[in-house]
Write a protein that binds this ligand. Structure first.
Ligand code: AHR
Length: 501
Protein backbone atom coordinates (compact mmCIF):
# COMPACT_ATOMS: atom_id res chain seq x y z
CA UNK A 1 0.00 0.00 0.00
CA UNK A 2 1.06 3.59 -0.66
CA UNK A 3 0.09 6.29 1.80
CA UNK A 4 -1.49 5.85 5.19
CA UNK A 5 -4.61 3.85 5.87
CA UNK A 6 -7.48 5.77 7.43
CA UNK A 7 -9.88 4.64 10.14
CA UNK A 8 -12.87 6.98 10.41
CA UNK A 9 -14.87 6.84 13.63
CA UNK A 10 -17.85 8.98 14.63
CA UNK A 11 -17.33 9.04 18.37
CA UNK A 12 -20.76 10.60 18.95
CA UNK A 13 -22.79 7.89 17.16
CA UNK A 14 -22.93 4.90 19.52
CA UNK A 15 -24.48 1.74 18.09
CA UNK A 16 -25.67 -1.54 19.63
CA UNK A 17 -24.15 -2.73 22.91
CA UNK A 18 -21.30 -5.22 22.62
CA UNK A 19 -22.46 -7.84 25.10
CA UNK A 20 -19.69 -8.98 27.42
CA UNK A 21 -20.95 -12.48 26.59
CA UNK A 22 -19.18 -12.19 23.21
CA UNK A 23 -16.08 -12.86 25.34
CA UNK A 24 -17.44 -16.16 26.68
CA UNK A 25 -15.51 -19.39 27.14
CA UNK A 26 -15.88 -23.10 26.60
CA UNK A 27 -14.47 -25.93 28.73
CA UNK A 28 -15.09 -29.54 27.74
CA UNK A 29 -14.16 -32.87 29.25
CA UNK A 30 -11.48 -33.14 26.59
CA UNK A 31 -7.79 -33.86 27.05
CA UNK A 32 -6.33 -31.66 29.79
CA UNK A 33 -8.93 -28.88 29.80
CA UNK A 34 -10.91 -29.98 32.84
CA UNK A 35 -8.59 -32.64 34.26
CA UNK A 36 -5.12 -31.16 34.78
CA UNK A 37 -6.27 -27.75 33.60
CA UNK A 38 -9.03 -26.52 35.88
CA UNK A 39 -9.32 -29.54 38.12
CA UNK A 40 -6.31 -30.89 40.00
CA UNK A 41 -8.28 -32.60 42.76
CA UNK A 42 -8.30 -32.07 46.50
CA UNK A 43 -5.05 -34.00 47.05
CA UNK A 44 -2.98 -31.92 44.63
CA UNK A 45 0.24 -30.31 45.89
CA UNK A 46 -0.62 -27.30 43.68
CA UNK A 47 -2.54 -24.49 45.41
CA UNK A 48 -6.25 -25.08 44.85
CA UNK A 49 -9.69 -24.34 46.20
CA UNK A 50 -11.62 -27.56 46.73
CA UNK A 51 -9.64 -29.16 43.88
CA UNK A 52 -9.85 -26.22 41.45
CA UNK A 53 -6.42 -24.87 40.49
CA UNK A 54 -5.92 -21.41 42.01
CA UNK A 55 -3.41 -19.89 39.56
CA UNK A 56 -5.65 -20.81 36.61
CA UNK A 57 -8.61 -19.11 38.29
CA UNK A 58 -6.56 -16.03 39.20
CA UNK A 59 -5.26 -15.64 35.65
CA UNK A 60 -8.74 -16.01 34.19
CA UNK A 61 -10.32 -13.54 36.60
CA UNK A 62 -8.27 -10.83 34.89
CA UNK A 63 -10.22 -11.61 31.69
CA UNK A 64 -13.56 -11.12 33.46
CA UNK A 65 -14.94 -14.26 31.86
CA UNK A 66 -18.67 -13.57 31.48
CA UNK A 67 -19.84 -17.15 30.96
CA UNK A 68 -18.45 -20.67 30.76
CA UNK A 69 -19.95 -23.39 28.56
CA UNK A 70 -19.67 -26.97 29.89
CA UNK A 71 -19.46 -30.05 29.72
CA UNK A 72 -19.11 -30.12 25.90
CA UNK A 73 -18.98 -30.13 22.94
CA UNK A 74 -19.41 -33.62 21.66
CA UNK A 75 -18.94 -34.87 25.23
CA UNK A 76 -22.19 -33.17 26.28
CA UNK A 77 -24.30 -35.56 24.21
CA UNK A 78 -22.66 -38.55 25.93
CA UNK A 79 -22.84 -37.05 29.41
CA UNK A 80 -25.31 -38.19 32.06
CA UNK A 81 -25.30 -35.66 34.85
CA UNK A 82 -26.37 -38.05 37.61
CA UNK A 83 -23.01 -39.83 37.17
CA UNK A 84 -21.28 -36.64 38.31
CA UNK A 85 -22.94 -35.96 41.68
CA UNK A 86 -22.59 -37.47 45.14
CA UNK A 87 -19.45 -38.84 46.83
CA UNK A 88 -16.66 -38.89 44.26
CA UNK A 89 -15.44 -42.38 45.09
CA UNK A 90 -18.91 -43.74 44.33
CA UNK A 91 -19.39 -42.03 41.00
CA UNK A 92 -19.68 -44.38 38.03
CA UNK A 93 -17.08 -44.29 35.28
CA UNK A 94 -17.68 -43.88 31.58
CA UNK A 95 -15.74 -43.91 28.33
CA UNK A 96 -15.01 -40.56 26.72
CA UNK A 97 -15.37 -41.97 23.23
CA UNK A 98 -14.86 -38.71 21.37
CA UNK A 99 -11.71 -37.56 23.05
CA UNK A 100 -8.95 -40.13 23.34
CA UNK A 101 -11.24 -43.04 24.27
CA UNK A 102 -10.10 -42.53 27.87
CA UNK A 103 -12.01 -43.51 31.00
CA UNK A 104 -13.73 -40.57 32.68
CA UNK A 105 -14.19 -40.97 36.43
CA UNK A 106 -16.74 -38.18 36.77
CA UNK A 107 -14.81 -36.57 39.61
CA UNK A 108 -15.59 -33.18 38.07
CA UNK A 109 -19.37 -32.91 37.90
CA UNK A 110 -22.21 -30.48 38.46
CA UNK A 111 -21.15 -29.17 41.90
CA UNK A 112 -17.52 -28.78 40.85
CA UNK A 113 -18.57 -26.88 37.72
CA UNK A 114 -20.81 -24.55 39.66
CA UNK A 115 -17.99 -23.96 42.20
CA UNK A 116 -15.68 -23.12 39.30
CA UNK A 117 -18.17 -20.60 37.90
CA UNK A 118 -18.50 -19.01 41.33
CA UNK A 119 -14.71 -18.72 41.67
CA UNK A 120 -14.44 -17.18 38.19
CA UNK A 121 -17.46 -14.92 38.63
CA UNK A 122 -18.79 -16.38 35.36
CA UNK A 123 -22.36 -17.28 34.43
CA UNK A 124 -22.81 -21.02 33.89
CA UNK A 125 -23.83 -22.14 30.39
CA UNK A 126 -24.81 -25.81 30.72
CA UNK A 127 -24.93 -27.87 27.56
CA UNK A 128 -27.68 -30.48 27.91
CA UNK A 129 -27.65 -33.95 26.37
CA UNK A 130 -30.11 -34.34 23.49
CA UNK A 131 -28.12 -36.90 21.48
CA UNK A 132 -28.17 -39.80 23.95
CA UNK A 133 -30.13 -38.40 26.89
CA UNK A 134 -33.81 -38.13 27.65
CA UNK A 135 -36.21 -35.27 28.10
CA UNK A 136 -36.74 -36.36 31.69
CA UNK A 137 -32.99 -36.37 32.39
CA UNK A 138 -32.62 -32.82 31.11
CA UNK A 139 -35.72 -31.65 32.94
CA UNK A 140 -34.43 -33.08 36.22
CA UNK A 141 -31.00 -31.49 35.78
CA UNK A 142 -32.39 -27.96 35.62
CA UNK A 143 -34.64 -28.77 38.58
CA UNK A 144 -31.62 -30.07 40.52
CA UNK A 145 -29.66 -26.93 39.80
CA UNK A 146 -32.23 -24.19 40.22
CA UNK A 147 -35.16 -25.26 42.39
CA UNK A 148 -35.49 -23.93 45.92
CA UNK A 149 -38.22 -25.93 47.65
CA UNK A 150 -38.34 -29.60 48.68
CA UNK A 151 -38.93 -31.00 45.20
CA UNK A 152 -37.29 -34.39 44.54
CA UNK A 153 -34.32 -32.91 42.70
CA UNK A 154 -33.86 -29.96 45.09
CA UNK A 155 -33.80 -32.47 47.96
CA UNK A 156 -31.26 -34.61 46.13
CA UNK A 157 -29.04 -31.54 45.73
CA UNK A 158 -29.33 -30.69 49.41
CA UNK A 159 -28.35 -34.26 50.25
CA UNK A 160 -25.19 -33.62 48.22
CA UNK A 161 -24.30 -30.61 50.31
CA UNK A 162 -25.74 -27.62 48.47
CA UNK A 163 -28.67 -25.97 50.15
CA UNK A 164 -29.31 -22.91 48.03
CA UNK A 165 -30.33 -23.30 44.41
CA UNK A 166 -27.92 -21.92 41.86
CA UNK A 167 -28.70 -19.49 39.08
CA UNK A 168 -28.28 -21.01 35.61
CA UNK A 169 -29.02 -18.37 32.99
CA UNK A 170 -27.86 -20.23 29.85
CA UNK A 171 -28.82 -23.69 28.65
CA UNK A 172 -27.73 -25.51 25.49
CA UNK A 173 -30.13 -27.90 23.75
CA UNK A 174 -27.65 -30.44 22.37
CA UNK A 175 -24.42 -29.84 20.47
CA UNK A 176 -23.57 -30.26 16.78
CA UNK A 177 -26.75 -32.29 16.30
CA UNK A 178 -25.83 -32.57 12.60
CA UNK A 179 -22.72 -34.59 13.62
CA UNK A 180 -21.48 -36.00 16.94
CA UNK A 181 -24.74 -34.93 18.62
CA UNK A 182 -26.89 -37.47 16.80
CA UNK A 183 -26.34 -37.11 13.04
CA UNK A 184 -29.77 -35.57 12.70
CA UNK A 185 -31.25 -33.59 9.85
CA UNK A 186 -32.20 -29.96 10.42
CA UNK A 187 -35.98 -30.26 10.57
CA UNK A 188 -35.85 -33.38 12.74
CA UNK A 189 -33.54 -31.69 15.24
CA UNK A 190 -35.62 -28.51 15.21
CA UNK A 191 -38.58 -30.51 16.49
CA UNK A 192 -36.44 -32.11 19.17
CA UNK A 193 -35.14 -28.69 20.21
CA UNK A 194 -38.74 -27.53 20.68
CA UNK A 195 -39.55 -30.62 22.74
CA UNK A 196 -36.49 -30.47 25.00
CA UNK A 197 -36.80 -26.71 25.45
CA UNK A 198 -40.33 -27.20 26.79
CA UNK A 199 -39.00 -29.18 29.74
CA UNK A 200 -36.07 -26.91 30.59
CA UNK A 201 -38.27 -25.04 33.01
CA UNK A 202 -37.88 -21.74 34.80
CA UNK A 203 -37.89 -22.72 38.48
CA UNK A 204 -38.41 -20.01 41.11
CA UNK A 205 -36.92 -16.79 39.81
CA UNK A 206 -34.33 -18.48 37.61
CA UNK A 207 -34.86 -17.49 33.97
CA UNK A 208 -33.24 -19.73 31.38
CA UNK A 209 -32.07 -18.57 27.96
CA UNK A 210 -32.32 -21.73 25.82
CA UNK A 211 -29.88 -22.08 22.95
CA UNK A 212 -30.63 -24.65 20.24
CA UNK A 213 -27.62 -26.47 18.77
CA UNK A 214 -26.94 -24.76 15.50
CA UNK A 215 -25.25 -24.95 12.18
CA UNK A 216 -21.91 -26.24 11.08
CA UNK A 217 -20.16 -23.08 9.83
CA UNK A 218 -21.96 -21.95 6.64
CA UNK A 219 -24.90 -24.37 6.74
CA UNK A 220 -27.56 -21.67 6.45
CA UNK A 221 -30.27 -24.26 5.79
CA UNK A 222 -29.82 -25.49 9.38
CA UNK A 223 -30.47 -22.01 10.75
CA UNK A 224 -33.50 -21.75 8.47
CA UNK A 225 -34.86 -25.05 9.89
CA UNK A 226 -34.52 -23.79 13.46
CA UNK A 227 -36.04 -20.40 12.68
CA UNK A 228 -38.92 -22.02 10.80
CA UNK A 229 -39.58 -24.28 13.79
CA UNK A 230 -40.02 -21.23 16.01
CA UNK A 231 -43.09 -20.25 14.01
CA UNK A 232 -44.42 -16.73 14.07
CA UNK A 233 -42.23 -14.35 16.03
CA UNK A 234 -44.25 -11.24 15.29
CA UNK A 235 -46.40 -11.49 18.43
CA UNK A 236 -46.05 -11.43 22.23
CA UNK A 237 -45.83 -15.20 22.68
CA UNK A 238 -42.46 -16.19 24.19
CA UNK A 239 -40.46 -18.33 21.74
CA UNK A 240 -39.89 -21.92 22.89
CA UNK A 241 -36.12 -21.40 22.64
CA UNK A 242 -34.42 -18.04 22.63
CA UNK A 243 -31.30 -18.48 20.51
CA UNK A 244 -29.66 -20.57 17.81
CA UNK A 245 -25.96 -21.26 17.68
CA UNK A 246 -23.35 -22.09 15.06
CA UNK A 247 -19.73 -23.27 15.18
CA UNK A 248 -16.80 -22.15 13.07
CA UNK A 249 -13.13 -23.13 13.39
CA UNK A 250 -10.18 -21.53 11.59
CA UNK A 251 -7.47 -23.73 10.09
CA UNK A 252 -4.98 -23.20 7.28
CA UNK A 253 -5.44 -26.69 5.82
CA UNK A 254 -8.31 -29.16 5.83
CA UNK A 255 -9.73 -31.56 8.42
CA UNK A 256 -7.12 -34.21 7.55
CA UNK A 257 -4.17 -31.85 7.82
CA UNK A 258 -5.19 -28.70 9.63
CA UNK A 259 -1.76 -27.07 9.60
CA UNK A 260 0.93 -26.78 12.23
CA UNK A 261 0.53 -24.42 15.19
CA UNK A 262 4.06 -23.02 15.03
CA UNK A 263 5.72 -24.23 11.79
CA UNK A 264 4.03 -22.20 9.08
CA UNK A 265 5.24 -19.89 6.32
CA UNK A 266 3.91 -16.53 5.19
CA UNK A 267 1.54 -17.97 2.58
CA UNK A 268 0.06 -20.31 5.16
CA UNK A 269 -0.33 -17.35 7.50
CA UNK A 270 -2.33 -15.44 4.88
CA UNK A 271 -4.44 -18.54 4.19
CA UNK A 272 -5.24 -18.59 7.92
CA UNK A 273 -6.22 -14.93 7.91
CA UNK A 274 -8.44 -15.53 4.85
CA UNK A 275 -10.17 -18.33 6.75
CA UNK A 276 -10.56 -16.18 9.87
CA UNK A 277 -12.20 -13.42 7.81
CA UNK A 278 -14.87 -15.92 6.73
CA UNK A 279 -16.54 -15.56 10.13
CA UNK A 280 -17.79 -12.13 9.05
CA UNK A 281 -19.63 -13.59 6.06
CA UNK A 282 -21.14 -16.32 8.23
CA UNK A 283 -22.33 -13.82 10.83
CA UNK A 284 -23.91 -11.74 8.08
CA UNK A 285 -25.60 -14.64 6.31
CA UNK A 286 -26.90 -16.44 9.42
CA UNK A 287 -28.25 -13.05 10.56
CA UNK A 288 -29.92 -12.51 7.17
CA UNK A 289 -31.68 -15.88 7.45
CA UNK A 290 -32.83 -14.89 10.94
CA UNK A 291 -33.89 -11.38 9.88
CA UNK A 292 -36.36 -12.79 7.37
CA UNK A 293 -38.37 -14.57 10.08
CA UNK A 294 -37.43 -12.40 13.02
CA UNK A 295 -37.08 -8.76 11.95
CA UNK A 296 -37.44 -7.60 15.56
CA UNK A 297 -34.36 -9.63 16.54
CA UNK A 298 -36.01 -11.50 19.38
CA UNK A 299 -33.87 -14.57 18.77
CA UNK A 300 -30.14 -14.39 19.49
CA UNK A 301 -27.28 -15.79 17.44
CA UNK A 302 -24.61 -17.59 19.47
CA UNK A 303 -21.21 -18.65 18.13
CA UNK A 304 -20.53 -21.10 20.95
CA UNK A 305 -17.39 -22.65 19.47
CA UNK A 306 -14.78 -20.70 17.54
CA UNK A 307 -11.01 -20.46 17.26
CA UNK A 308 -8.01 -22.02 15.56
CA UNK A 309 -7.70 -25.78 15.21
CA UNK A 310 -4.20 -27.06 14.38
CA UNK A 311 -2.57 -30.46 14.24
CA UNK A 312 -1.79 -31.58 17.81
CA UNK A 313 1.69 -31.02 19.23
CA UNK A 314 4.04 -33.87 18.45
CA UNK A 315 4.10 -36.57 21.12
CA UNK A 316 0.68 -35.65 22.57
CA UNK A 317 -2.49 -37.74 22.43
CA UNK A 318 -4.22 -36.97 19.09
CA UNK A 319 -7.57 -37.08 20.90
CA UNK A 320 -6.51 -34.37 23.37
CA UNK A 321 -6.31 -31.46 20.87
CA UNK A 322 -3.36 -29.83 22.59
CA UNK A 323 -1.77 -27.11 20.45
CA UNK A 324 0.65 -24.20 20.81
CA UNK A 325 -0.58 -20.66 20.36
CA UNK A 326 1.37 -17.97 18.49
CA UNK A 327 1.02 -14.35 17.54
CA UNK A 328 -0.91 -15.63 14.49
CA UNK A 329 -3.56 -17.04 16.86
CA UNK A 330 -3.75 -13.65 18.60
CA UNK A 331 -4.47 -11.95 15.26
CA UNK A 332 -7.13 -14.55 14.44
CA UNK A 333 -8.76 -13.64 17.76
CA UNK A 334 -8.55 -9.88 17.20
CA UNK A 335 -10.15 -10.29 13.75
CA UNK A 336 -12.99 -12.32 15.22
CA UNK A 337 -13.64 -9.68 17.87
CA UNK A 338 -13.76 -6.91 15.26
CA UNK A 339 -16.40 -8.95 13.39
CA UNK A 340 -18.30 -9.70 16.62
CA UNK A 341 -18.44 -5.99 17.46
CA UNK A 342 -19.89 -5.23 14.03
CA UNK A 343 -22.64 -7.83 14.58
CA UNK A 344 -23.50 -6.85 18.13
CA UNK A 345 -27.15 -6.31 17.16
CA UNK A 346 -27.73 -10.06 16.55
CA UNK A 347 -24.76 -11.88 18.05
CA UNK A 348 -25.48 -12.26 21.75
CA UNK A 349 -22.77 -14.68 22.82
CA UNK A 350 -19.55 -16.31 21.59
CA UNK A 351 -17.36 -18.93 23.26
CA UNK A 352 -13.73 -19.54 22.41
CA UNK A 353 -12.72 -23.20 22.15
CA UNK A 354 -11.29 -23.85 24.67
CA UNK A 355 -10.08 -22.13 27.82
CA UNK A 356 -7.18 -24.31 29.04
CA UNK A 357 -4.88 -26.76 27.21
CA UNK A 358 -7.27 -27.46 24.31
CA UNK A 359 -7.36 -25.79 20.86
CA UNK A 360 -7.00 -21.97 21.00
CA UNK A 361 -6.45 -21.83 24.74
CA UNK A 362 -5.86 -18.87 27.03
CA UNK A 363 -3.67 -20.94 29.31
CA UNK A 364 -1.31 -23.87 28.75
CA UNK A 365 -0.16 -25.91 31.73
CA UNK A 366 2.87 -28.17 31.73
CA UNK A 367 1.84 -31.64 32.89
CA UNK A 368 5.28 -32.41 34.37
CA UNK A 369 6.25 -29.19 36.16
CA UNK A 370 2.76 -27.72 36.54
CA UNK A 371 4.07 -24.42 35.07
CA UNK A 372 1.36 -22.13 33.73
CA UNK A 373 1.78 -20.09 30.56
CA UNK A 374 -0.49 -17.32 29.26
CA UNK A 375 -0.88 -17.47 25.49
CA UNK A 376 -0.91 -14.56 23.00
CA UNK A 377 -4.67 -15.16 22.68
CA UNK A 378 -5.06 -14.58 26.43
CA UNK A 379 -3.53 -11.15 25.96
CA UNK A 380 -6.03 -10.17 23.23
CA UNK A 381 -8.90 -11.12 25.54
CA UNK A 382 -7.34 -9.05 28.30
CA UNK A 383 -6.66 -6.04 26.05
CA UNK A 384 -10.31 -6.12 24.92
CA UNK A 385 -12.00 -6.15 28.34
CA UNK A 386 -12.83 -2.46 27.77
CA UNK A 387 -15.21 -3.49 24.96
CA UNK A 388 -17.37 -5.55 27.37
CA UNK A 389 -20.87 -4.06 27.48
CA UNK A 390 -19.68 -0.90 25.73
CA UNK A 391 -21.59 0.70 22.83
CA UNK A 392 -20.18 -0.23 19.45
CA UNK A 393 -18.84 2.52 17.19
CA UNK A 394 -18.59 1.99 13.45
CA UNK A 395 -14.96 2.06 12.32
CA UNK A 396 -14.69 2.71 8.56
CA UNK A 397 -11.37 1.40 7.27
CA UNK A 398 -10.15 3.13 4.10
CA UNK A 399 -7.07 2.20 2.05
CA UNK A 400 -6.35 -0.88 4.16
CA UNK A 401 -4.15 -2.37 1.45
CA UNK A 402 -4.45 -6.02 0.50
CA UNK A 403 -2.38 -9.14 0.06
CA UNK A 404 -4.10 -11.14 -2.68
CA UNK A 405 -7.52 -9.80 -1.63
CA UNK A 406 -6.84 -10.13 2.12
CA UNK A 407 -7.41 -6.70 3.74
CA UNK A 408 -4.30 -5.93 5.76
CA UNK A 409 -5.88 -3.71 8.40
CA UNK A 410 -8.79 -4.55 10.67
CA UNK A 411 -10.38 -2.23 13.21
CA UNK A 412 -13.30 -1.84 15.57
CA UNK A 413 -14.23 0.54 18.36
CA UNK A 414 -16.58 1.09 21.26
CA UNK A 415 -17.48 3.80 23.74
CA UNK A 416 -18.66 4.03 27.33
CA UNK A 417 -19.55 7.53 28.52
CA UNK A 418 -16.42 9.61 28.32
CA UNK A 419 -14.05 6.91 27.09
CA UNK A 420 -13.54 4.99 23.87
CA UNK A 421 -11.46 1.96 22.96
CA UNK A 422 -10.10 1.37 19.45
CA UNK A 423 -8.72 -1.98 18.28
CA UNK A 424 -6.33 -2.10 15.33
CA UNK A 425 -4.75 -5.19 13.77
CA UNK A 426 -1.96 -4.83 11.22
CA UNK A 427 -2.20 -8.17 9.46
CA UNK A 428 0.73 -7.50 7.14
CA UNK A 429 3.27 -10.23 7.79
CA UNK A 430 6.26 -8.06 6.90
CA UNK A 431 5.50 -4.35 6.71
CA UNK A 432 4.58 -1.72 9.24
CA UNK A 433 1.61 0.47 8.35
CA UNK A 434 0.95 4.08 8.91
CA UNK A 435 -2.66 4.69 10.03
CA UNK A 436 -4.56 7.93 10.56
CA UNK A 437 -7.35 7.72 13.11
CA UNK A 438 -9.91 10.20 11.81
CA UNK A 439 -11.88 10.86 15.00
CA UNK A 440 -15.06 12.87 14.66
CA UNK A 441 -17.89 14.14 16.80
CA UNK A 442 -16.14 14.51 20.16
CA UNK A 443 -12.91 15.94 21.51
CA UNK A 444 -10.11 13.58 22.47
CA UNK A 445 -8.58 14.86 25.71
CA UNK A 446 -5.89 12.22 26.11
CA UNK A 447 -4.92 8.76 24.93
CA UNK A 448 -2.87 5.72 25.90
CA UNK A 449 -2.03 2.66 23.81
CA UNK A 450 -0.90 -0.93 24.27
CA UNK A 451 0.81 -3.08 21.68
CA UNK A 452 0.99 -6.83 21.24
CA UNK A 453 3.62 -8.03 18.80
CA UNK A 454 6.86 -9.99 18.57
CA UNK A 455 9.79 -10.57 16.24
CA UNK A 456 7.90 -13.18 14.26
CA UNK A 457 4.40 -14.47 13.67
CA UNK A 458 5.55 -17.81 15.04
CA UNK A 459 6.47 -16.31 18.44
CA UNK A 460 4.78 -17.99 21.37
CA UNK A 461 5.08 -18.31 25.12
CA UNK A 462 6.49 -21.33 26.93
CA UNK A 463 7.60 -22.17 30.49
CA UNK A 464 11.16 -21.08 29.61
CA UNK A 465 10.02 -17.91 27.78
CA UNK A 466 6.66 -17.05 29.32
CA UNK A 467 6.70 -13.44 28.13
CA UNK A 468 7.92 -13.77 24.55
CA UNK A 469 4.56 -12.33 23.48
CA UNK A 470 2.96 -9.88 25.88
CA UNK A 471 1.35 -6.44 25.65
CA UNK A 472 3.49 -3.38 26.33
CA UNK A 473 2.70 0.30 26.71
CA UNK A 474 3.14 2.02 23.33
CA UNK A 475 3.96 5.70 22.88
CA UNK A 476 3.85 5.71 19.06
CA UNK A 477 0.33 7.17 18.82
CA UNK A 478 0.63 10.92 18.21
CA UNK A 479 -1.55 13.91 17.41
CA UNK A 480 -2.72 14.50 13.84
CA UNK A 481 -4.95 17.27 12.43
CA UNK A 482 -7.71 14.68 11.97
CA UNK A 483 -7.21 12.99 15.33
CA UNK A 484 -4.30 10.66 15.88
CA UNK A 485 -1.74 8.85 13.81
CA UNK A 486 0.23 5.71 14.42
CA UNK A 487 2.87 3.57 12.71
CA UNK A 488 1.63 0.08 13.36
CA UNK A 489 4.47 -2.46 13.40
CA UNK A 490 4.15 -5.50 11.12
CA UNK A 491 1.96 -8.31 12.49
CA UNK A 492 0.73 -6.42 15.53
CA UNK A 493 -2.37 -5.74 17.58
CA UNK A 494 -2.88 -2.32 19.15
CA UNK A 495 -5.53 -0.94 21.48
CA UNK A 496 -5.91 2.82 21.87
CA UNK A 497 -7.86 4.11 24.86
CA UNK A 498 -9.29 7.61 24.60
CA UNK A 499 -10.57 10.05 27.19
CA UNK A 500 -13.30 12.15 25.61
CA UNK A 501 -15.11 15.36 26.37
O1 AHR B 1 -14.06 -28.19 20.60
C1 AHR B 1 -13.82 -29.48 20.18
C2 AHR B 1 -15.01 -30.11 19.48
O2 AHR B 1 -15.27 -29.43 18.30
C3 AHR B 1 -16.32 -30.07 20.22
O3 AHR B 1 -16.47 -31.07 21.13
C4 AHR B 1 -17.32 -30.22 19.11
O4 AHR B 1 -18.54 -29.60 19.40
C5 AHR B 1 -16.61 -29.61 17.91
O5 AHR B 1 -16.66 -30.43 16.81
Amino acid sequence: PTGPARVVIDLDLPGPTISRHLYGHFAEHLGRCIYGGFWVGEDSPLPHTNGIRSDVVEALKVLRIPNLRWPGGCFADDYHWRDGIGPREQRPRMVNSHWGDVVEDNSFGTHEFMDLCELLGADPYVSGNVGSGTVREMSEWIEYLTRGDDSPMASLRRGNGRDEPWKVPYWGLGNEAWGCGGNLRGDAFADLARQYATYVRDHGDNRVYRIAAGANADDYAWTESLMKALGCLDNDIPPVFQAVSFHYYTMSGDWQNKGDATAFDTEEYYRTITQAYRVEEMLTRHSTVMDRRDPKKRIGLVLDEWGTWWNVEEGTNPGFLYQQNTLRDALVASLHFDAFHRHADRLVMANIAQTVNVLQAMILTDPASGALVLTPTYHVFEMNTGHHDASSLTAHVLDAGTHENVPLLSASASTTGDTALISLSNLDADESRSVVLDLRGRTVESHTARLLTAGSLQAHNSPTAPEAVRPVAFDGVTAHPRGLTVDLPAHSYLTVSLDLS
